[in-house]
Design a protein around this ligand. Structure first.
Ligand code: PMP
Length: 399
């Protein structure tokens, strides 16, 4: 590996160096057993121990360095890991709720704040589930710029039949992440006995969350916490009990039957052990490095530094070298995916080309929106962002 290269890919993304080194050894020989992690049976004692240990570490991370009692979390939430990614995650959510919703005359409400929450809503609808859009930022602002800023009590009072409200907490393509307003939404949901469901695929364990705000957390592994192939689910036991009582619709694939998988320690079918073990190595790495509290501090610092330099050259400012267009509202700026445009497409191409030549790779925006996207997940070091900032300054100088 060329260590001078800085990688800012949106996912799959960089892993912490100690993790990739350990993983490469364990691929060849896990625990001195003379066989690799991808070769052992998922039902072996070793694999079962790894699954259990991963779950324990996940609970530890959710405790926010001991500030939340782990036993309280365990009493209320189950954790399981399934084959797949974000798409299997957001498809399985409405399907697992479908029969329960039919029996209760309830629906899923979607807050649409970017490409992934939009896709999640569209897929739920395509699967014939009873879902309703509660808010669509693109319809309000012409393009995705953030999320709902009004009163959640008012928004939710328009619907008295919601079993869940779905959000994508960090929109990876659009660079939109919820701020403290999510707490407000969680509060109103609780008052109304609605479960808050969140796609945390691209910001899980990048900052502290209060697990008790959520009914379901779903996250694909391949950005902050591992490699592709696995989805993690944290689901309130009361939800699992409710949907078990109602039974499943025929269209629910057994591989994505939450209760079946949860009752079988995530091993009803073959759990992919390489991604699962990678997840655990990342969890151990995070815990040893001061947990989420420490990681959050670094992440906030990285994002602040980067937005500062972009603001300095913003077209809305009065710097004579201004060339940066930031469309996401300040309140909802993602701390994981910093998305922006430059004055012209030619300038964007030039920026990407020069950045690559200087060792900064994978900063081209998502093909659906263009522009630039710098993803600064947990494994991206502060120095990488500092170097990129220097590059931005030098680029501005040449204009
Ligand atoms: N949700 C979010 C927030 C995402 O960023 C992505 C893309 N990685 C997905 C869902 C879809 O994930 P996958 O490609 O693993 O199906």
């Amino acid at each position: 590996r060329n260590e001078t290269q800085y990688y800012f890919g949106a996912g799959p993304a960089q892993l912490p160096k100690p993790v990739i080194i350990q993983l490469s050894k364990d691929i060849v020989n896990i625990n001195n057993q003379g066989i690799g992690i991808g070769e052992i049976s998922h039902r072996s004692k070793l694999a079962q121990d790894i699954i259990d240990n991963t779950r324990e570490n996940l609970y530890k991370l959710l405790s926010n360095n001991g500030n939340i009692d782990i036993e309280d979390i365990k009493k209320q939430y189950d954790v399981f890991f399934l084959q797949g990614g974000g798409t299997t995650g957001f498809s399985s959510i409405p399907l697992n709720f479908k029969k329960y919703n039919q029996a209760q005359n309830k629906k899923g409400g979607y807050i649409i704040s970017g490409s992934w929450s939009l896709k999640s809503y569209q897929e739920a609808k395509r699967l014939g589930c009873d879902v309703v859009p509660l808010y669509n930022d693109k319809e309000v602002n012409g393009e995705f710029k953030g999320s709902y800023t009004g009163n959640y009590e008012t928004l939710l009072s328009k619907h008295d039949d919601l079993s869940y409200v779905y959000v994508c907490e960090n929109e990876t393509v659009n660079g939109i992440e919820y701020d403290q307003t999510l707490k407000e939404l969680a509060k109103v949901c609780k008052q109304k006995n609605i479960d808050l469901i969140s796609d945390l695929s691209s910001d899980i364990f990048s900052r502290e969350i209060n697990i008790f705000d959520y009914g379901v957390i779903m996250a694909g592994a391949q950005k902050n916490i591992g490699i592709a192939g696995l989805t993690l689910y944290i689901v309130k036991k009361s939800i699992l009990a409710n949907i078990k009582t109602s039974g499943n619709i025929e269209e629910l694939p057994i591989a994505f039957d939450w209760n079946l998988q949860n009752d079988n320690n995530s091993c009803y079918n073959t759990i992919p052990m390489v991604p699962l073990h990678t997840l655990n190595l990342v969890f151990e790495h995070l815990l040893n490095a001061g947990g989420i509290v420490a990681q959050e501090k670094i992440n906030f610092e990285k994002a602040e530094m980067l937005y500062d330099v972009l603001d300095k050259y913003s077209l809305e400012g009065n710097n004579e070298k201004k060339f940066v267009k930031l469309t996401v509202s300040k309140q909802f700026r993602s701390k994981m995916n910093v998305v922006f445009n430059l004055k012209t497409t030619d300038l964007e191409n030039d920026f990407v080309k020069k950045a690559e030549a200087s060792g900064f790779s994978a900063i081209k925006g998502h093909r659906s929106v263009g522009g630039i996207r710098v993803s600064i997940y947990n494994a991206v070091k502060l120095e990488a962002v500092e170097s990129l900032i220097k590059f931005v300054e030098e680029f501005a100088e040449q204009l």
